[in-house]
Ligand binder design. Structure first.
Ligand code: ABU
Length: 386
């Protein structure tokens, strides 16, 4: 990264490093961080979104009033009027990206209502709205996550056509070990309704998932060249973090675990969203226990302003802080929810160009711009910022 070309000053290092042995320079998949100029992206789909059975893993991430909604709606399609609005918003988001010269791909449309049964559990599906949760690109490789929600077990099927195509054209295809998701993966005594206890447990790194087998959502990882940051969460366990760490170690990629005070922890990208070389957006109500380490490395730390999303706007699996779940088109431009004007103003005051796009009803399905996308190709190379 040429620091002199950035719209903001950064003190962290930006050092080019040698590519790992065997890296395919001709791969159609190529991305080492979340801010190099975006050339190709996957955008999720709201089509067919189906409300999963009201299992424990759904209960722990159903905030406030949505708890009762998710219980009532369980095993039924999500309300059509919201899903249809989300489909329209996402089509417009794709059109805006394409107008910027970015190639947009989408997963297949799948019927998520079909019941399935394995030797360990039975469920129905959810959606293919959040590619960030299931795929992570590290250089020329796609890593497919072993997600711990039973309703997401077959989500990879919506992405298989894309995966096969990228592989045939030179990308590396890695599928983490499929989880069994038997009862042993979930702590039966987890105090779902006791938020104080949950805070205490989160501070001690304890969540609903046990260490029975490796599980992770790739959205719990955030990439910065040779360094990738991850949180232990309701959906990512230490076994899963260890799997990724050992898988990426031969490439010289270091995985750093960060801890946050967050009893709902699920996906790092609203809590600690890296926007540029040595530039991170943090959540004021989810303090990072290792922030000193980040500060010492010379990183610039921005604090997300309070969200403006009205409290009565339905948000099925997330908090209102999706305002911070932004995605970079390059180090200068950031996609921001149109109505989150204070967040946009904060970026603008920092020299970034905020691109206002309305995905408010797409937010209802549980994600912001970062969740709804997975970078496939960004122009740039492997660097060290830490
Ligand atoms: N998957 C997005 C999580 C949003 C939140 O942390 O509130």
């Amino acid at each position: 990264t040429d620091k002199s070309k950035l719209p903001y000053a950064v003190n962290s290092k930006c050092e080019k490093v040698e590519l790992p042995t065997g890296t395919n320079l001709k791969s159609p998949v190529w991305s080492w961080n979340g801010w190099d100029p975006l050339e190709e992206v996957i955008v999720g789909r709201a089509e067919g979104a189906f409300c999963p059975p009201f299992e424990k893993e759904i209960q722990v991430n159903s905030y406030g009033d949505n708890f009762e909604f998710m219980k009532k709606q369980a095993s039924k399609p999500f309300p059509k009027e919201i899903v249809n609005k989300a489909i329209t918003e996402i089509a417009e988001f794709c059109r805006i990206l394409e107008a910027e010269g970015i190639t947009v791909k989408q997963p297949d449309i799948i019927d998520w209502s079909v019941p399935y049964k394995t030797p360990d559990f039975a469920s129905t599906g959810l959606y293919a709205a959040m590619p960030r949760d299931i795929w992570m690109v590290v250089g020329d490789e796609i890593i497919e996550a072993p997600m711990c929600w039973r309703s997401r077990f077959f989500e990879y099927r919506a992405y298989r056509a894309l995966m096969k195509d990228y592989f045939k054209r030179g990308a590396k295809w890695t599928s983490a070990p499929r989880p069994q998701m038997s009862q042993e993966l979930y702590d039966n005594d987890y105090p779902i309704g006791d938020l104080d206890k949950r805070y205490e447990m989160a501070n001690n790194g304890k969540f609903l998932t046990t260490e029975f087998e490796p599980v992770f959502d790739t959205a719990d990882f955030i990439r910065a060249g040779t360094d990738i940051f991850v949180q232990r969460s309701q959906v990512t366990n230490d076994f899963g973090i260890e799997w990724v760490r050992s898988h990426l170690a031969p490439k010289g990629i270091k995985v750093h675990k960060l801890n946050f005070t967050d009893p709902h922890a699920m996906h790092i990208d609203t809590t600690f969203n890296i926007l540029g070389p040595g530039l991170v957006l943090t959540h004021p109500e989810r303090p990072c226990h290792e922030l000193d380490m980040i500060k010492k490395a010379g990183w610039t730390i921005l604090t997300a302003p309070k969200p403006l999303c009205p409290p009565d706007h339905p948000l099925w699996f997330s908090s209102r802080w999706l305002s911070a779940n932004v995605v970079m088109l390059d180090p200068h431009r950031v996609c921001v929810q149109k109505t989150e004007t204070t967040t946009a103003a904060m970026f603008e005051s920092f020299g970034l160009k905020a691109i206002p796009i309305d995905i408010r009803h797409a937010n209802t399905l549980g994600g912001g711009f970062h969740c709804w996308t997975c970078d496939i190709r960004r122009r740039g190379t492997l660097e060290s910022y830490f």
